[in-house]
Ligand binder design. Structure first.
Ligand SMILES: Nc1ncnc2c1ncn2[C@@H]1O[C@H](COP(=O)(O)OP(=O)(O)OP(=O)(O)O)[C@@H](O)[C@H]1O
Length: 536
């Protein structure tokens, strides 16, 4: 069997479907082979090998556990480091950490053979025979049945005993091949500086206060299975995450954020907002945004960012699914935006709202105990006591080149000659999105793409009736409001909003910021997020 994928003779249907599955067979090469398992390498997050001496009959692994993971720089070939004499036979227990989706398609596969019959099957080149350890597999299946199936993916780890062999070369090749198949885009780190290391920021107070347990029970084991190194910060106070983004000046400080591959939040959108503002205050913010990846395990009240990433990736919205995408290292560029108020500036990743949605979001803080229902409850109040706000609204329609628009100061009038469109009207709802979801139950901007370089502005003007408004809000959970009478979507690459009627809030990513006039421009594809977009 060759390490080089190009040398593998793929069955024709595999090449056609570009689909690669591992088939595990039991029995030796001269006995009849039974397919005992089919595993999609895309579902594997890590591989582990334990070695035990066959002749000793010792069931406990002897001093040798080789974690054949992604960043094992000390062992470039991923060969298990053996202390076993060459002439001693050993059993290898191969663990595959697998998180599949149900309904695995079985069309097309790689048959992978290895092991004791190596010499006999050498001519067949790709030669490794598994002896399945039925007891262990049974144990594992039972465990997976009892394991909590969260979201679409579920934990279904496998353990197999590989046939005894005189040396571990074939096993090493097999493990290396599985690793390569499960991480097709992963380049090996060339130095310790480049080693993948995540900063995990856990907010213990987000949402239902499940952040720490989500981290300990779900993310931490998966990171260990995948061999992804990380540091963890459990926030102790408001703005702690923002403070952590500040430049670390002395070697005795914590590691500077620029040294991490990614930042993963176990919490809500407010924690990411803090991280963005912390980075925004740094001189080297563009460099950091360019080099770091952002991920989120939704443990907050709304979790709009993780819902949007899951939607773009066609994964289900659950902590386990989000952790899977992060641990696999899948990422893609997404847009951010820059906001200016009279005296401040911000980097935004989610939404801006003014008028009704801002009122609901901010005023419902007093019924936070109601969880995500607080938005529904306050929505009813706001429909009954309908408010309209007058504003001057200017926007710049998007252009093909997707360039960042450099905005003049807020006090400078915008010119029609430069393409700006200006209207003055009464608004009931004014909601700017760069993502599809502002919360798990808020599919407010279905046509948003995470990196299309445009704002989608969802507007409802002042002439809407209460009934129609209620229907619009009810339909929004599933995106049914698109196309309804009274709903408008305006696309633009930059805009300015100058409220004439006072009283509403400027709500950026779910947080209140300075009120009054505000303007923003899209920062196209300016950070990578852990996601796997599957746009049609
Ligand atoms: N240890 C802590 N004690 C009190 N507050 C904290 C602590 N750590 C962080 N915070 C604050 O908690 C606030 C809310 O956090 P977060 O946004 O993650 O949760 P959420 O509001 O429930 O979720 P969402 O924003 O998705 O609705 C943040 O603004 C943050 O400043």
């Amino acid at each position: 069997m060759s390490n080089d994928e190009d040398d593998v003779e793929w069955p024709r249907e595999v090449a056609e479907r570009n689909q690669r599955l591992l088939t595990v067979v039991s029995g030796s090469s001269d006995a009849e082979e039974n397919t005992v398992d089919i595993i999609d390498p895309n579902d594997i997050v890590g591989v582990n090998v334990e070695i035990e001496l066959a002749s000793t009959g010792i069931s406990e692994p002897r001093s040798l556990t080789s974690s054949l993971n992604r960043n094992d720089d000390s062992n470039q070939n991923n060969e298990p480091v053996s202390e076993i004499p060459v002439d001693t036979q050993a059993n290898a227990i191969l663990s595959l950490f697998v998180y599949p989706k149900p309904n695995l398609s079985t069309k097309g596969y790689i048959q992978t053979f290895c092991g004791a019959e190596r010499n006999k099957t050498k001519n067949s080149n790709k030669a490794i025979t598994f002896l399945e350890d039925k007891d262990r597999r049974q144990d594992c299946s039972d465990a997976s049945k009892s394991s909590k199936c969260i979201g679409q993916r579920y934990c279904h780890h496998r353990r197999f005993t590989v046939a005894p062999s005189e040396d571990l070369t074939d096993l090493s090749i097999l493990v290396n091949a599985i690793r390569k198949l499960s991480q097709p885009n992963k380049l090996p780190a060339t130095s310790l500086d480049e080693e993948e290391r995540l900063l995990v920021i856990v907010n213990p107070c987000s949402g239902q206060k499940m952040g720490v347990s989500e981290y300990e029970k779900m993310l931490l084991p998966m990171l260990e299975e995948a061999g992804v190194a990380h540091d963890c910060l459990i926030t102790t106070h408001t703005k702690h995450a923002e403070e952590r983004m500040r430049k670390q000046c002395t070697p005795s400080d914590f590691k500077d954020v620029s040294k991490y591959t990614g930042i993963v939040v176990v919490g809500g959108d407010g924690t990411i907002h803090e991280i963005m503002q912390g980075i925004h205050q740094r001189d080297d913010r563009d460099k950091i945004l360019e080099s770091i990846k952002l991920g989120m395990i939704g443990a907050g009240t709304s979790n709009g960012f993780s819902a949007s990433l899951a939607h773009a990736s066609k994964e289900s919205m659950s902590p386990l699914d989000s952790a899977f995408v992060i641990v696999k290292g899948m990422s893609s560029w997404i847009d951010l935006s820059r906001y200016d108020t009279k005296s401040s500036s911000y980097t935004s990743f989610l939404t801006f709202s003014w008028a009704m949605i801002a009122d609901i979001d901010i005023e419902s803080e007093c019924i936070r105990w109601a969880g995500f229902l607080r938005m529904d409850i306050w929505g009813v109040v706001r429909v009954l006591f309908l408010r309209k706000y007058r504003a001057k609204f200017s926007y710049l329609p998007p252009t093909e080149d997707k360039k960042t628009v450099i905005l003049p100061p807020l006090s400078t009038p915008l010119s029609e000659n430069e393409g700006w469109v200006t209207v003055e009207d009464d608004f009931v709802l004014f909601w700017v999105s760069q993502v599809t979801h502002a919360g798990e139950q808020m599919f407010q901007s279905p046509s948003c793409k995470m990196n299309d370089g445009v704002f989608q502005i969802f507007v409802v003007r002042g002439n809407v009736s209460r009934l129609r408004l209620a229907l619009i809000l009810l339909a929004m959970e599933h995106g049914g409001h698109v196309g309804m009478n009274g709903v408008e979507f305006i696309q633009c690459s930059a805009y300015r909003l100058e409220p004439i009627t006072q009283g509403s809030y400027n709500d950026l990513d779910g947080e209140v910021i300075e009120s009054g006039p505000i303007q923003a421009s899209v920062l196209p594809s300016s950070i990578q997020a852990y996601s796997n977009p599957q746009y049609d």
